[in-house]
Design a protein around this ligand. Structure first.
Ligand SMILES: *[C@@H]1O[C@H](CO)[C@@H](O)[C@H](O)[C@H]1NC(C)=O
Ligand SMILES: *[C@@H]1O[C@H](CO)[C@@H](O)[C@H](O)[C@H]1NC(C)=O
Length: 631
């Protein structure tokens, strides 16, 4: 009698449970493969400091690229909940430089929607780029920031290939964005990464993998980029003279000029020889120009923190030999913010790698000895996409004079340099002078006034308008190029906005994604079903006097449901993404002052966990082989 009844109940239970079980097993076995796993819904300060309507829709986490060597790239995506027609259908990828500096610099001090306050909480940045399109900050190459792998990249074509893999995985995760316009943006040493990745995207578009679509690459946007090492190393002296940092009648002049000439000879010799075109051309002699400049312009009588020029902003000063490595000030808050366990959980980290602003190990591996400097990719790129170069005019390390010199020599679109009849336009943003703009044959060069190496740090609103310039959304009147600020744009197009927020997000998205709420509802349904089944089975078992295997199965199934969090690997079981960290520590103790081949001029700030090394530990000696970072 009871048998048909039980099988009927089990049949309905199985039916009712099928859907939630599928989702549950998906959750358990494939954590890190659905958008839901990457949703960010809370952060310290988010609800207190950001108006609800302004909270961006966010996704973050460590996306698996290669299972075989445990390579995961961390990304953090910000999306405007009220999209305007101008911000819809665009994805901006942002990369910081180094090599080895985390794009969390960009997210939390530059183009992202938040800054971190003294209580290590998020506060709003009024000039965030996510109002111009979705912006995705990616920690790469592997070993940078929250990204990890058992392997490091040594050459730029590896960086390119791995980023292409990231894009593939990213668009598998966000298929609804696959036809968005793509902008590759970033800063400093990303002036090497971005042209390589751009090349990779264009090559892929010529031979799109089966079942995928070409990427709509709109343009490359590079801020204070390290693009042509030869031209840029030879720009330090002209820049220093122009900025009044040295002069022919000053004692600093002779030693600086001497170093400049050494570099010039090497570059001239390399030009005539087939080694030209490798990044190794700029060797220590060229890198040293900046070191000599900073050393020779020291003011030993100044207060300790003011003795050296800040190489990222010559109007500021820093202690020697940091000379800018303690800058920008926001870093002192960003670093502890990203070390909070709560934040790492909020960002869905599956491997809580210790965050460092810049990884010395990444820089030590990525010597790019056999890679051509990215300037050599420009002619081909410019035949197919727009490139926008912007330079904060106070930066020394990747200064605008070097960029202008490099453009003067560059041959693209059948001519060398900008056409002689191209006049710079003065750029006014929201009525205020922002810089000047030169544009010709798909290349735009912008000098931004009163800005450092990290333009969006100093001039957030102005920097966001760069995306408008890329998209030709400006007026030109009487030789002046005018852009509007964000609020002006938003208010004019309010009526056309579309809304989506984290809370309604899943409801909007396709049926494959369930909301947290509906998932909970289904879990409750499942639990009820299990309890009923269990109850019936229990009755049946007392009736039969001994438990059946059905009971055991259900019991263990229930345990799994209740404790599914147990399946997430514990700290000990987790793959040692710390591998990279340990490695970098090792290589450091072996050879603490290993010179980095080229231009790792990144002058970053030295966070408490900083791995960067200043080669001269003797402050009274002229630095040689100082390791700098291009943030
Ligand atoms: C600029 O790029 C477009 C494609 O966006 C291309 O058709 C055009 O030929 C390029 N212009 C030059 C001068 O190469
Ligand atoms: C900003 O730059 C402009 C043009 O170079 C200059 O006239 C002005 O004094 C600068 N403002 C500040 C605050 O430095």
């Amino acid at each position: 009698m009871i048998f048909p009844f039980i099988s009927l109940v089990l049949f309905y239970a199985a039916l009712a449970a099928a859907t939630p079980l599928k989702r549950l097993s998906h959750l358990l076995s494939n954590r890190g493969t659905s958008q839901q796993d990457f949703l960010v819904t809370s952060l310290p300060g988010l609800s207190e400091n950001i108006a609800e309507a302004d909270v961006p829709l966010m996704f973050a986490g460590q996306l698996e690229l290669y299972a075989e060597n445990n390579t995961h790239y961390f990304f953090w995506k910000f999306s405007e909940p009220r999209k305007t027609p101008e911000s819809a259908n665009r994805t901006i990828f942002w990369l910081n430089g180094g090599p080895g500096c985390s794009s969390m610099d960009g997210a939390l001090m530059e183009s992202g929607p938040f800054r971190i306050d003294d209580n290590y909480k998020v506060v709003a940045n009024s000039g965030s780029w996510h109002k111009k399109g979705d912006i995705v900050f990616v920690d790469q190459p592997s070993g940078t920031g929250f990204s990890y792998s058992e392997k490091y990249d040594a050459e730029l074509d590896q960086v390119e290939a791995h980023f292409l893999r990231f894009l593939q995985k990213y668009f598998e995760l966000f298929p609804e964005d696959a036809e968005n316009e793509i902008v590759l943006a970033g800063e400093s040493y990303a002036g090497q990464y971005i042209p390589y990745i751009g090349r990779g995207v264009l090559l892929r578009n010529q031979n799109v993998p089966e079942g995928e679509k070409p990427y709509k690459l709109k343009g490359l946007v590079i801020g204070n980029g390290w693009i042509s090492p030869n031209d840029q190393a030879l720009s330090y002296v002209p820049f220093a003279v122009q900025a009044g940092l040295t002069a022919t009648d000053k004692p600093s002049w002779k030693p600086i000029l001497h170093q400049h000439m050494k570099c010039q000879e090497l570059v001239a010799a390399a030009n005539t020889d087939d080694t030209f075109g490798t990044n190794s051309v700029v060797d220590k002699e060229c890198e040293k120009i900046l070191n000599v400049l900073l050393y020779q312009t020291l003011d030993p009588n100044a207060a300790k923190n003011d003795q050296c020029i800040n190489m990222y902003d010559y109007t500021l000063r820093d202690s020697y030999p940091s000379c800018g490595m303690n800058w920008p000030p926001g870093l002192a808050n960003v670093n502890p913010f990203l070390h909070q366990d709560e934040v790492m959980s909020n960002l869905n980290l599956i491997n809580k790698v210790e965050w460092n602003e810049c990884s010395g190990a990444v820089g030590t591996h990525l010597k790019a000895r056999h890679s051509r400097p990215s300037i050599m990719l420009f002619p081909d790129l410019l035949a197919q996409v727009e490139i926008l170069l912007f330079h904060g005019n106070r930066d020394i390390i990747c200064n605008y004079i070097g960029a202008e010199d490099m453009i003067k020599k560059l041959r693209w679109g059948g001519l060398t340099g900008f056409s002689s009849d191209i006049e710079p336009l003065l750029w006014f943003h929201a009525g205020e002078e922002a810089g000047y703009v030169k544009s010709d044959r798909n290349l735009t060069f912008i000098n931004i006034f009163n800005a450092s190496h990290m333009v969006p740090f100093d001039r957030p609103e102005v920097s966001a308008a760069l995306i408008d310039i890329l998209n030709k959304r400006y007026d030109v009147v009487d030789g002046k190029l005018n852009t509007k600020n964000l609020s002006a744009q938003t208010s004019t197009s309010d009526s056309e906005t579309t809304n989506s927020t984290a809370s309604d997000y899943s409801a909007d998205s396709d049926a494959d994604e369930s909301t947290t709420n509906s998932r909970i509802v289904r879990l409750i349904q499942l639990a009820v079903v299990i309890i009923i089944v269990w109850g019936i089975c229990a009755i049946y078992s007392t009736y039969r006097s001994k438990p059946t295997s059905i009971i055991k199965t259900k019991a263990s199934g229930r345990k799994k449901n209740v404790q599914w969090a147990d399946l997430i690997p514990s700290e000990e079981e987790q793959p040692k993404g710390f591998f990279s960290k340990a490695l970098s520590k090792l290589s450091r103790s072996d050879n603490p002052y290993a010179p980095v081949a080229n231009e790792d001029i990144e002058l970053g700030t030295a966070p408490p966990h900083d791995e960067f090394i200043i080669a001269s530990d003797d402050e009274t000696e002229e630095p040689s082989g100082k390791h700098t970072e291009n943030k």
